[in-house]
Design a protein around this ligand. Structure first.
Ligand code: ADP
Ligand code: ZN
Length: 220
């Protein structure tokens, strides 16, 4: 469907998709900010977007764990990305894994229309399972950067986000407090039942810090 729809107009020159992926704390946001700032210095028209779900630190900025920040616009859906992206030369999206599956088509369209699209997101969820729609974006991208953090257990390069919240505990906003970077050998996947039975949307909500009872539990 997606690829058929694209057979109409020939893509414009210069469009490109860049994906920055990796676990939490690997510097994805830092790297996204670095690229977007350089585009701004070059006086390109830059729009910076993040899904509504990502509540960490600030309402209207993308913010890295080392407190770098760039003003951003919140989006609720891939349709918002399409509308806002059309007005820019460079479109940056942080936490792209929290957007709906339609983002794949939107990113392709924006790049086909000559834009530079830079997206950052988790490639794996806390179970160590690929986080849709990242695999789709990675396969279509021209450039891929896989960032690694430092394993908090052994100090080796970390590719996994370990959930460290106690079992049954409610996940709250500011959810990065409940995760730590781990390498392949120090990572412990949750019990089998939870790993495979859980709905992918529930996992996404948990990682975005939304508890069953609603959002902003921490501030309440
Ligand atoms: P991401 O967007 O991938 O979650 P950020 O760009 O927000 O990452 O933050 C990266 C920063 O996180 C690093 O520069 C460092 O200051 C901090 N940090 C905290 N814990 C770790 C860790 N275990 N490994 C690497 N960096 C860490
Ligand atoms: Zn380790």
């Amino acid at each position: 469907m997606l690829d058929e729809a694209r057979r109409g107009e020939p893509p414009r020159m210069g469009g490109v998709v860049e994906v920055i992926c990796g676990p939490m704390f690997s510097g994805k946001t830092e790297e996204l900010i670095r690229r977007l700032r350089r585009a701004q210095i070059a006086r390109q028209k830059v729009v910076v977007l993040k899904p509504f779900l990502d509540d960490r630190y600030a309402d209207d900025h993308i913010v890295s764990h080392n407190s770098q920040r760039v003003p951003s616009v919140r989006v609720e859906s891939s349709e918002d990305v399409r509308l806002l992206g059309m007005n820019a030369d460079v479109v940056g999206i942080d936490e792209v894994q929290f957007l709906d599956a339609g983002i794949v088509e939107v990113v392709e369209e924006l790049a086909d229309s000559g834009r530079r699209v830079i997206v950052a997101g988790l490639d794996l969820d806390y179970r160590g399972i690929p986080f849709e729609p990242m695999p789709q974006l990675l396969a279509r991208a021209e450039y891929i950067t896989k960032a690694l953090a430092i394993c908090v257990v052994c100090g080796h390069p970390a590719s996994r986000s370990q959930r460290v919240t106690g079992e049954g505990e409610r996940i709250v906003v500011g959810s990065t407090d409940h995760y730590e970077a781990r390498c392949r050998s120090c990572f412990r996947a949750p019990i089998e039942e939870e790993t495979h039975a859980k709905d992918a949307n529930v996992v996404a909500e948990e990682m975005a810090g939304i508890a069953e009872g609603g959002r902003r539990q921490q501030d309440a």
